[in-house]
Design a protein around this ligand. Structure first.
Ligand SMILES: Cc1cc2nc3c(=O)[nH]c(=O)nc-3n(C[C@H](O)[C@H](O)[C@H](O)COP(=O)(O)O)c2cc1C
Length: 211
């Protein structure tokens, strides 16, 4: 079993990436992790140039990702909440899966997907958006794990005084930002366990123990 883990966060090493890796670490498969940070992935242009051969003609990082997507048996898709939905980098990545769903059906039919869904305040939304896309590609949803990450406002240098940022919602007025009140996966050990269980669930689906 080949399992491809994708973090759609533009930030390396943060909560989305960490939790995707936790899911991967619990699978029995050959795993590969790819961060979309710094990758150039344009939205689907609806040009239909992929209809005949299932190959998207946009020349960007999806060109080399294509083969990895096709040869994986299972995916772990991780994404952060940006403005109450899936961040656009991950959305562009998943839009471009459109190249696989032509003529007689989806070239990805029957593959499995676990979802990692992260938010500074509301972690559920990106996961729901990804889950809604899976049936279009005939990919089977195995499960979702959610967790809270630190909004950039915790490190921008102005978080304690800014009325528009996440810190003003999460901390009391006048409260200082500390390591203890900055959301971090290490404060959510239950989420790491959930992620590991999700990895085991991929194994169970793949071997037919769960259908
Ligand atoms: C542009 C932007 C918009 C965001 N909007 C939301 C939001 O609407 N709701 C929310 O819960 N978190 C929001 N966040 C916070 C991120 O979801 C949070 O920082 C998360 O930890 C990012 O994932 P990462 O740590 O893996 O990078 C936003 C962050 C950015 C940069």
């Amino acid at each position: 079993m080949k399992v491809l883990g994708i973090s759609g966060s533009p930030r390396r090493g943060k909560t989305t990436e960490q939790l995707v890796k936790e899911v991967l670490s619990a699978t029995n498969g050959d795993t590969e992790f790819i961060s979309l940070a710094g990758k150039k992935i344009a939205p689907c242009s609806a040009c239909l140039a992929c209809v005949a051969d299932n190959v998207c003609k946009i020349n960007d990082d999806m060109a080399w990702l294509r083969d990895k997507i096709l040869t994986a048996d299972a995916y772990v898709f991780g994404a952060p909440n940006y403005f109450s939905t899936l961040n656009s980098l991950t959305h562009c990545f998943l839009e471009r899966f459109c190249q696989f769903r032509h003529r007689s059906g989806s070239a990805l039919a029957g593959k499995l997907a676990a979802i990692v869904s992260i938010g500074g305040l509301s972690p559920e939304m990106p996961g729901k958006a990804i889950e809604a896309m899976l049936p279009y590609y005939q990919i089977k949803h195995v499960g979702t794990v959610t967790a809270q990450g630190a909004a950039s406002c915790f490190t921008c240098g102005h978080g304690e005084n800014c009325s528009a940022g996440a810190v003003s919602i999460l901390l009391r007025p006048g409260q200082k930002i500390t390591a203890e009140n900055t959301p971090d996966l290490s404060q959510q050990p239950g989420k790491i366990q959930e992620a590991n269980l999700l990895g085991k669930k991929i194994n169970a689906y793949f071997t037919g123990k769960i259908v």
